[in-house]
Write a protein that binds this ligand. Structure first.
Ligand SMILES: NC(=O)c1ccc[n+]([C@@H]2O[C@H](COP(=O)([O-])OP(=O)(O)OC[C@H]3O[C@@H](n4cnc5c(N)ncnc54)[C@H](O)[C@@H]3O)[C@@H](O)[C@H]2O)c1
Ligand SMILES: N[C@H](C(=O)O)[C@H](O)COP(=O)(O)O
Length: 329
């Protein structure tokens, strides 16, 4: 079995802890950890059972013992990792180094996909990394492909038209092309989940989807034409639906996926239903990538209280998607 690459995320957050916990829970063959050795060693002390780290040079190297978690040390080499709970450029640098290595391994087929523990965007920025989050850096390093962020739990899925931008910029960026792109990627994403004819709902931007133009014209001038274009391509798309009720309809089973115009419109419904139940999936990449639906949780980092369930779901989702890709290839 080709393992997954599991990046440790920001060493100052809960990423290393949940990465180790999730791999221990899934079985050591499922993946290989990528990150700073000192951060992994510190996280190991938070695990309840008797796990050890086994440093390996490549993902193909076998585990040496049933309780060994494989680690590729992606540096930088330090005497002690960045302190828990604080933004640090060195932590952003370590997080980025692991992700870069994971992308290289995924592109060369040495790993079957990537599962990423959370990074802190301000630490990443302090390290001089020119991307706001994983999604944008993965798209860039995978060759400038068009991607979309999907968050999913057992009851709803959402795909974002715009991601990590200021809300006032999102309004301008949620144009015809961005809407059509998100609809297409939502359609492909659902097909990959085994939904034969995905029912896609597109949320409006304005209150009550613009109320016939009374509260804004984006629905009439931008979103409806993008929906019409997607329908012409054969997709089953409806909307624009009011953003405040469309997720309720999706949860009742009326839609397979909701295309949301901006970050919080799409992510609040998923996260509100429980951080431990959601998974973040990047659509459009040439390899599988999943992540938990929560962040670095600096407030509890180092306490051993981090809940690994979303990370574990991300891991099992990635295993399923990698297997499906393998069978489809
Ligand atoms: N996948 C990712 O890389 C990812 C995802 C979301 C946010 N982030 C980043 O994380 C940083 C912090 O974000 P935030 O504070 O808005 O959200 P957060 O998700 O880190 O924390 C929100 C609240 O949820 C709690 N929480 C989160 N995950 C938990 C877990 N596994 N177990 C127990 N409690 C948990 C935290 O303690 C906190 O109270 C930001 O830089 C953000 O951009 C990264
Ligand atoms: N927007 C995501 C969320 O709130 O869950 C998160 O910031 C992670 O994004 P990346 O996967 O692009 O790092």
């Amino acid at each position: 079995m080709t393992p997954l690459a599991i990046t440790l995320g920001d060493p100052a957050g809960i990423g290393p802890e949940i990465a180790l916990k999730a791999l221990a829970g899934a079985g050591t063959q499922a993946g290989v950890l990528l990150g700073q050795r000192a951060a992994a060693e510190r996280a190991l002390t938070l695990l309840p059972d008797d796990w050890i780290l086994q440093e390996v040079e490549s993902a193909a190297e076998a585990t040496s013992a049933p309780n060994a978690l494989r680690l590729i040390d992606t540096g930088p080499s330090v005497a002690a990792p960045a302190p828990y709970g604080a933004i640090a450029a060195e932590a952003g640098q370590a997080a980025y180094a692991a992700i870069r290595r994971a992308i290289a391994l995924a592109m060369s087929g040495e790993v079957s996909g990537i599962v990423t523990a959370p990074i802190h965007k301000e630490a990443l920025s302090a390290a001089g990394v020119p991307f706001p989050g994983h999604t944008e850096m993965l798209a860039h390093h995978a060759g400038g492909v068009q991607v979309a962020m999907m968050l999913a739990n057992d009851e709803i899925r959402t795909v974002l038209v715009t991601i990590h931008v200021a809300l006032r910029d999102a309004v301008a960026l949620a144009d015809f092309d961005a809407n059509l792109r998100a609809i297409r990627l939502a359609h492909e994403g659902c097909l990959a989940f085994g939904i034969a004819q995905p029912r896609i709902a597109v949320a409006g931007l304005n209150p009550h989807a613009g109320e016939g133009g009374l509260f804004g014209r984006e629905e009439i001038e931008i979103i409806a034409p993008a929906i019409a274009a997607a329908r012409d391509e054969g997709m089953e798309v409806s909307g624009p639906w009011p953003g405040d009720t469309v997720f309720m309809q999706a949860r009742k089973g009326q839609f397979d996926v909701v295309v949301a115009q901006y970050h919080d419109q799409g992510l609040i419904p998923v996260k509100y239903m429980g951080l431990e139940e959601g998974v973040n999936i990047t659509l459009g990449l040439p390899f599988v990538r999943t992540s938990p639906d929560h962040g670095t949780a600096f407030d509890i980092a180092g306490t051993g209280k981090a809940d690994p369930r979303s990370m574990s779901l991300a891991l099992s989702q990635a295993l399923r998607m990698a297997e499906a890709r393998c069978q489809g290839a």
